[in-house]
Design a protein around this ligand. Structure first.
Ligand SMILES: [Cu+2]
Length: 477
């Protein structure tokens, strides 16, 4: 499904070259050239070409922002602007973001770096950038009105501080926040330790992504910004399954995954086939004595959770939010339950009159995965994703951890579907078996009802004997 994506070629390399080219005497006096990226692919990790070395992260369906060194200061240029984000193949959203994308590029620096970030506002309204979790001078914290005047449309502001502690951070506006975050303005920030750190292990693969959510009506492009809870698109880095790339690792790799939650609700993130340890939060690394094993970790609103494990089981392992509504795309929420009602013919007739008419499946929702009814343009199917054995019936916050023994170090290319060794896949029982409801009827409850006695039903009601209540104080006989 993801074969057409080429992780290691293209724009990742181009952006690096651009950053290097920007380092000229003339350019030094000016703003750093903003680097723009519009492809939604997972870009190769950006290996540092200046400053202290570190092991770069991989941003899922995203990229890392190149910088220039200017007299010992790491300079970045963020451009806040309207963007078009492909949320999954064929489904685009009109969002706000940074440097051509929502979320914005990941910023990677090293503990002790002096960092200067130029923020140019190309939005139709003012903005600011808050550096979530950082130790910094109060006036650099980015709360418009409190710490600084908002950045007016068309202006550029400069933030400057020392990245004092290693860890995982986020950035997002702190001005008209409800609108700007609902529109997709956010990004990740990694501060790597400057030397071997007792609580921050070296890993082979280090993935980062943000949990975000949108409310975009089927057929439309722009999120509803007033929505507080009832979002219909639950995304990782503004992508929904099957648009989210798999996390590809080599067998026995030590893997770190950092997830930040900038939605309005919590997400219990669950991995199959492995146990992990939560090794860090936005507040920093967790002492080793305070870590315990999990297969699901809840990431609350405004939190980051960093998990680690050794990927020592080969296969294509599901990796997803455990709220089942969050592994669905648009349309799953405002429809009546139709289980037991055979409305397929009616639905087809109505569809002739109202092309966008959509109802829930009458045998459960699995029918939606193989829905033949037409959808409005620019709408991702509610549950979809072709797997090697059929529809995966997922959407939203779902991806896979793909563990392969022959995956090369540093290679993030999708290896395709796992080839299961003979005799290791669940198989059909071919002996005698009871008849399934679905085989004989249009709907589960409907058939159950048919099997019930249809005429008179005798019900016996037995009251407890009155003297049995004598124990209840105050009751008079
Ligand atoms: Cu969730």
């Amino acid at each position: 499904m993801n074969n057409r994506r080429n992780f290691l070629s293209g724009a990742g390399a181009i952006t690096t070259a651009l950053a290097a080219a920007a380092v000229s005497k003339v350019a030094m006096a000016a703003l750093p050239e903003p680097v723009i990226q519009t492809r939604p692919d997972t870009m190769a990790p950006l290996v540092p070409n200046s400053g202290r070395p570190y092991n770069p992260v991989v941003t899922l369906n995203g990229w890392t922002l190149p910088w220039r060194m200017n007299a010992g200061v790491k300079e970045f240029h963020l451009v806040a602007e309207p963007v078009v984000r492909e949320m999954s193949p064929g489904f685009k959203a009109h969002l706000w973001g940074y440097n051509g994308q929502s979320p914005g590029p990941t910023i990677e620096v090293v503990e002790g770096d002096t960092v200067r970030i130029f923020v140019t506002n190309k939005l139709p309204e003012h903005t600011s950038v808050h550096w979530h979790g950082q130790r910094l001078p109060n006036g650099m914290d980015g709360v418009a009105g409190l710490n600084q005047p908002a950045i007016p449309a068309g202006k550029t502001f400069v933030y400057e501080f020392v990245a004092r502690r290693p860890g995982t951070f986020m950035y997002h506006p702190h001005a008209d926040e409800m609108t700007q975050m609902a529109m997709g303005m956010m990004g990740f920030w990694i501060t790597h330790p400057k030397a071997a750190h007792p609580l921050i292990d070296e890993v082979n693969r280090d993935f980062v992504f943000l949990l975000n959510a949108y409310d975009i009506d089927p057929g439309l492009y722009t999120p509803k910004i007033m929505t507080m809870l009832d979002f219909n698109l639950w995304s990782w880095n503004s992508r929904v399954f099957p648009g989210i790339d798999p996390l590809v690792v080599r067998k026995n790799d030590k893997v770190r995954i950092r997830m930040g939650n900038l939605t309005m609700t919590n997400h219990p993130i669950h991995i199959h086939g492995h146990e992990f340890t939560v090794t860090g939060t936005d507040g920093g690394a967790i002492p080793k004595s305070a870590r315990w094993p999990e297969v699901t970790t809840d990431v609350a609103v405004g939190q980051m959770r960093q998990i680690e494990f050794v990927a020592n089981e080969e296969g294509d392992w599901a990796f997803h939010c455990h709220k089942s509504h969050h592994t669905m795309n648009a349309m799953g929420h405002d429809v009546p339950t139709m289980i037991g009602v055979d409305h397929r013919k009616v639905a087809r007739d109505i569809t002739k009159l109202i092309p966008d008419y959509m109802v829930m499946g009458e045998r459960g929702m699995a029918d939606m995965g193989e829905m033949e009814m037409p959808l409005p343009d620019n709408t991702e199917r509610m549950m979809t994703g072709a797997g090697p054995f059929g529809s995966v019936e997922m959407g939203g916050m779902f991806s896979m951890l793909k563990v392969r023994k022959d995956q090369k170090a540093g290679d993030y290319k999708d290896p395709g579907w796992y080839k299961h060794p003979a005799g290791t896949v669940a198989y059909e029982w071919t002996g005698a078996a009871p008849v399934a409801d679905r085989a004989t009827s249009g709907g589960g409850q409907a058939m159950k009802a048919q099997n019930m006695p249809t005429k008179e039903v005798e019900v016996q009601v037995r009251k407890p004997p009155m003297n049995g209540m004598s124990g209840m104080g105050g009751m008079k006989h």
